[in-house]
Design a binder for this molecule. Sequence first.
Ligand code: GLC
Ligand code: CA
Length: 578
Amino acid sequence: MKRTSLLLLMTLLTLGCKEEKPAQTETEMTDRNWWKEKVLYQIYPQSFKDTNGDGFGDFQGVIEKLDYLESLGIGMVWMNPFFESPLVDNGYDVSDYRAIHPRYGTMEDFETMLSGMKERDIRFVLDVVVNHSSDQHPWFKEASSSRESKYFDYYHWWPAEKGEPPYRHSLFDPEGGWDYVEAVDAYYLHTFAEQQPDLNWENPELRQEVYDIMKFWAEKGVDGFRMDAFQFASKDTTYPEFPEGHEKEFIKWYGMRPQLHEYLKEMYKEVIEPYEVFAVAEGAGSTLQDAHDLVDADREELQTAYHFEYVDMARTPESFKLSEFKEVFSKWDSAFAKEGWLAVFLSNHDNARLVNRFGNPSPEFRRVSTQMLNTFLLSMRGTPYTYYGDELGMTNIDMPTIEEYVDIDAIGKYKTAQKAGEDMDAFMQVLNYSSRENSRTPMQWDTTAHAGFTDGTPWKQVNENYKEINVAVQEGDPNSVLNHFRNMTRLRNENEVLIYGDYQMILDDHQQIYAYTRTLNADKMLVILNFSDKQAEAALPDGLKTGKVLINNYQTLPFHDDSSLKLQPYQALIVQLK
Ligand code: GLC
Ligand code: CA
C-alpha cells in the first residue's frame, strides 16, 4: 500500500506537467523582526518541574530542562508570573513587582535561568500584570488607609458621598466590581477578584512606576513583555453602568478607551524603543481596527497582540465548527497581511487543553489530532504561541465536582451561575470540559511517580494518563507528537515562507478539510489538514497537485492516481509545491 502510494506520488512529482511558476508576491520583507520569527513556548512555572520536593515547579526545574527547551526548536519562553504575591490568582495578583516569590527560587536563580536561555538563543518574555495589583501591594495598603495618601490616586475609587457606585460586572467576583473600604469611605474598582484592585492608568506617576518596573527587568536582560489584561488598563472614569444584553461587548464597554494609545506611545518611548524589546498584548480589542491601532508599527505602541475570537467562540465540544474556525483565522490573517503582526494561539493557561478543545482526545485519535493542530499552529502567519504539554498532547483532567477546583475563576463562575439560578449539573459539565484548571496540571516528563514532576506531593494532581503521555516515552518514537512538533519547528525555522509568506485558503467550503497555501516569492507550501475523525476526500486545484511532501503524520500518502486526495482522520500534510 505504502509502496503504491509512494510510487503514485513520485509519478505526480516527476510527471507533473503543469510547471506553473508561482506568482511573485508583494510580501514586504523590510519589517522583519525576531519576535515574528521565533516560536514561543509558554511555561506555567508552578507546573513545569519541581526540584526541591515542595510540589511546586521552580526556576531550578526550568534550568534542568533547558536542553529540552532547546531541543524543541522554540526561540522564546513566556513564563507566567513568578513575583511576590499572595497567590489569590496564582500570581496574577502581584504584591512586589521586583521580587521573586520564594517558591520559585531567588533572583540569582532567575538570572541563571535567563543566561541559560540566552546561551541557547532562547529569548525571555516577562508577564507584566499592571492592569491591577494585589490588594497586599504596599501601594494599595497605603491607598486604602487614607484619601490623603499619594497612592490613593493609584487606584480607581468611588467616594461614598456620591452614593452607591453604578453596578459593574467583575470577571471573577459574583458580587460585582466595586468593594467598600471603610478607612477611606470609598469603593475601589476591580475588574477581576476583589484582591486585584485595578490600577489607575490616568495617573502619570503610576505610569512612571510601571515603566520603571519594566526597565528593571529589561536591564536584567528580559527581551519582551506580555501585557496582562491590558485592554482594561484605561477606563471611562465616569464608570458608566454596563447595560444589560451587552455582555459580549465587555471590552468595548470597560476598556480600550482612546487614551490607552497615548499611554502605549509613552511606554514605547520610555521602554520599548530604548531597550529594544517588544510587547505583546493579551487581547486585541474588539474590532480589527482596534487591533491595528494597537500593533501597527508606524503607531509606535505595542508590537503584537493575540486575539481571542476563535478561542472564545468554541467553549463546548459541540460548538466547534470548522467553517467558523476557517473563517475567523482567514479574516484575521487577511486584515494583517500588509500591516501589523499578530500571534496565533489555540491554548494557554486560561483555557482547557488544546487536544480536548479542537482535536480528539480519544486514545485512537489523540496523537494524530494533536499533530494536526500543531501543524496548523506552526504553519500559519503570525508568531506561534505553544503552551507547555501541548507538544506532547497532554489532555484535560476529569473534575466533576466543584470541591476539586482551586482556581478563583472556576469558583467565581460557579457562584455566579448559582446566583443566577442556572442548571448546576449542566454548568459543571461545561466547567469540567472548559475550565482552565485542566491545563495547569504538572508536566508529564516520564513514567515514574508523579510523572517525574516532583519527588513530593504535586500542588495539583498529575493527569492519570501520564504513563502513556510523557516526554520519555515520546522521545524514542519518531512518530510521536513530540517529534512531530520538533519537525514542525525545524521546518518553520528553516523556511521563511512559513513565517512571512502570504496565506491563501483553498477548498474554502470543505466541511472536513482546512487547506491553505503559503507563498513567498518563488517558494510555495501547501498545508492540508483533516479536522475530522473520518476520511476526507477532495480534489486539489490545478497548480497545487505536485510537490514534495515535507510533513505527514501518517505512514501513508493520501494521493490517488487522479491526484485527488483521500486523507485519513486528522491527517496533516505540508507539501512543498513545484
Ligand atoms: C489574564 C490572565 C489570567 C488572569 C487574569 C487576571 O487574563 O491570563 O490568568 O487570571 O488576567 O490577571
Ligand atoms: Ca519547588
